[in-house]
Design a protein around this ligand. Structure first.
Ligand code: MEV
Length: 425
């Protein structure tokens, strides 16, 4: 197995040295990653072209998760998050997964769906069949709207029609399925939906209302699985208790919400780092967490295999792209994509899903053993110490005092700092 994602001494050097090490390690020219330095990242002028009424840009820490091996290849994963422990936990879970070969992933084709709602239809069931009969015409009209996508091998692929019972009556809802290739695809499917809408209304003999993608992107799924070696996890009892932890999330929506939040800690961090739409991915994830019985449940499953090791699986919609949107214009997102080295949106989706599974495993392992707070504490203590005014040289001493005293609080940090400066450690 390659050791590309194992960066020795990475944690122990300052951020600029880490960037230099990354550039050297990945064989990238240093300027390909330079936008990760805020002074060379997104400018206010660039931001002004992205959204409205711009007055500035917001910095979010971007770290690199190490140890990941996915489908036999090592990958370094950029993660943007404000939450301490997330990057360390993902790297740690990836280190455990490597023992048994790392993560294995797969994905469906990048097919997004738009919905076209038709109201005031006299005969919804009849309209449904008339629309299905017009399949070829409607798919052709949709493709004519985006010849570039068709040239790239994408385009409208299929349609389905549902009759939805709602309070005011029955709606005819046409779903247009579009292979969006390496785009996230919202613009492509929304434009196609608008292009065919009038004709859909004529055929259904009703009035067209909404024409918009669905974020329940269940035709664009990504999957990850891994075996986590029992001994490396901490033994058979730890495996057993992680299975119990996963089972509670399967059975109980209160636990499922937190369990899935842990998965999204990893997923959202990579989605954000690569300039993708975090809300689209999160709404897709939560909608996918509702089973056929209407119950909200866990997105992942944990089982014990025949050798007593832990297996983890995760499947969810992953509507992310490499072309268009912030991914294309945000310089740091471009650097993050280069660092990942992915060539297609499907590859990106699969890496993100593997990170989600790693994050989930790390949280469950902590919860099933020492609890989450101990690991969090020293990182949290760093934030508290910095907020209290500790300098880089004072930081290690203040942090270890806060943790040792089990009092990671601003008032205590100020006291410790004052004592340190007065020469009373
Ligand atoms: C905290 O951000 C995430 C966890 O709560 C996830 C979980 O409980 O599985 C630790």
């Amino acid at each position: 197995m390659s050791v590309y994602s194992r960066l020795s001494g990475f944690r122990d050097v300052p951020p600029a040295a880490r960037r230099a090490q990354l550039a050297e390690h990945t064989g990238r020219a240093p300027d390909e990653l330079s936008a990760l330095d805020p002074s060379e990242g997104l400018t206010v002028e660039q931001a002004d072209h992205m959204i409205e009424n711009v007055v500035g840009v917001l910095g979010v820490p971007l770290g690199v998760a190490t140890n990941f091996t996915i489908n036999g290849d090592d990958v370094l994963v950029p993660m943007a998050t404000e939450e301490p422990s997330v990057v360390a936990a993902a790297s740690n879970a990836a280190r455990i997964a490597r023992v048994a070969g790392g993560f294995h992933t797969s994905s469906s084709r990048p097919v997004m769906q738009a919905q076209i709602q038709v109201v005031d239809v006299e005969d919804p069931e009849g309209a449904r069949l008339r629309l299905l009969d017009a399949r070829a015409e409607l798919l052709r009209m949709a493709d004519e709207q985006d010849p570039q996508l068709v040239e790239l091998g994408g385009g409208a692929r299929e349609l389905s029609v549902r009759v939805v019972e709602a309070r005011p009556g029955r709606y005819v809802v046409l779903h247009l399925m579009v292979d969006v290739r390496d785009a996230m695809g919202a613009n492509a499917v929304n434009s196609m939906a608008e292009a065919v809408a009038t004709r859909v209304g004529e055929i259904a003999r009703g009035r067209v209302l909404l024409r918009i993608l669905t974020n329940k992107a269940d035709t664009r799924l990504a999957r990850a699985n891994a075996v986590f070696d029992a001994a490396t996890l901490g033994g058979a009892d730890v495996v057993r208790d992680i299975v119990h932890a996963g089972a509670l999330a399967e059975a109980d929506p209160y636990r499922a919400a937190t369990h899935n939040k842990g998965i999204l800690n990893g997923i959202t961090a990579v989605v954000l780092a690569t300039g993708n739409d975090t809300r689209a991915v999160e709404s897709g994830a939560h909608s996918h967490a509702v089973g056929a019985d209407g119950r909200y449940t866990a997105l992942s499953r944990f089982e014990t295999d025949a050798d007593g090791n832990l297996t983890g699986t995760l499947e969810l919609p992953m509507p992310v792209g490499l072309v268009g949107g912030a991914t294309k214009v945000h310089p740091a997102a471009q650097s993050a994509v280069r660092l990942l080295g992915v060539a297609t949106a499907q590859q990106l989706a699969e890496v993100i899903t593997a990170v989600g599974l790693a994050q989930n495993l790390a949280a469950l392992r902590a919860l099933a053993t020492e609890g989450i707070q101990r690991g969090h504490m020293s990182l949290h203590a760093r934030n508290v110490a910095v907020s209290a005014g500790a300098t880089a040289t004072e930081l290690p001493q203040v942090v270890s005092r806060l943790v040792a005293d089990r009092a990671v609080r601003a008032d205590h940090a100020e006291r410790v700092l004052a004592e340190l400066r007065a020469g009373r450690p």
